[in-house]
Design a protein around this ligand. Structure first.
Ligand code: NAP
Length: 250
């Protein structure tokens, strides 16, 4: 029997990068997965690659009506829910003096408001199932600061402490809430950061690999930690903030 056999899961931002690797790994481990992403084509492609265990739901996680629809659709399709992975995220590399109000609001809406919008609809389903697991994707920059990323750092710091608050509130319903904090990981987001900073991707990636384990993360490295926290092997783990970063924040 696989670790996630029979679990019914939603993964947001699953059209790309860490979310995609997580949806694929969770399905390999026996879960049924709703692949939720802003990019409808990407979500469909990932779900088709996984096969009959997966469905695609085009969703803007910053919009309440979209989140309501995503949770309702997944719960109806699977007959309930056991796992929610709040993973969708964006970055804007700028200081507090440079960032526009629009970009600030967008980063906050996608990275932190979405956790509220998705979780408030998923939690009643997890409770009805007798408990469940929520895993939020934070960042190393949720536990320490970083340059030219003020809105991202603010949003990920909020994800980290919202994780703890939710773990306290929903523990009595046997709902575990944890957070993974990836270090630099080889996804389109990392390439987008290099582009925003006007840096060559090669040099940017080399800098990012300057950490004790001497490499950047691969999406599967982060997916493994998320799948662990989603599964029953982590039955007494809640309110945890787990760096998955090659000791980058050690
Ligand atoms: P990614 O490859 O860019 O994937 C993010 C996915 O989220 C994309 O498919 C994106 O769709 C989707 N998305 C963006 N806005 C959305 C919205 N409003 N509603 C629904 N989906 C939306 O990035 P990633 O690196 O895998 O990032 C996943 C998570 O890991 C994020 O929370 C990120 O902050 C975190 N993280 C990443 C790193 C890293 O180095 N990669 C490090 C620490 C933390 P589009 O492509 O259409 O925009």
């Amino acid at each position: 029997m696989s670790e996630l056999d029979g679990k019914r899961a939603i993964v947001t931002g699953a059209g790309s990068g860490i979310g995609r690797a997580t949806a694929e790994l969770m399905a390999e481990q026996g879960a049924r997965v709703a692949v939720v992403d802003l990019d409808a084509d990407a979500a469909r492609e990932v779900a088709e690659g996984i096969g009959a265990q997966a469905i695609a739901i085009a969703t803007d996680v910053s919009k309440a009506a979209d989140c309501d629809n995503a949770v309702a659709t997944a719960a109806a399709e699977f007959g309930g829910l056991d796992v929610l992975v709040n993973n969708a995220g964006i970055i804007r590399r700028s200081t507090v003096c440079e960032i526009t109000e629009e970009d600030w609001d967008l980063v906050m809406a996608v990275n932190i408001k979405s956790v509220m919008l998705m979780s408030r609809r998923a939690i009643p389903h997890l409770k009805a199932a007798g408990g469940g697991s929520i895993v939020n994707t934070g960042s190393g920059w949720g536990i320490q600061g970083g340059g030219q990323a003020v809105s991202y750092c603010a949003s990920k710091g909020a994800v980290v402490n919202m994780t703890r608050a939710m773990a306290i509130d929903h523990g009595p319903d046997n709902i575990r809430v944890n957070c993974v904090c990836p270090g630099d990981t080889a996804t389109p987001m990392l390439a987008e950061e290099a582009r925003q900073l006007g840096e060559a991707p090669g040099a940017f990636y080399a800098d990012a690999a300057d950490r004790p384990l001497r490499r950047i993360g691969q999406p599967r490295d982060i997916a493994s930690a998320i799948a662990y926290l989603a599964g029953d092997g982590a039955a007494f783990v809640s309110g945890a903030v787990l760096p998955v970063d090659g000791a980058g924040t050690a």
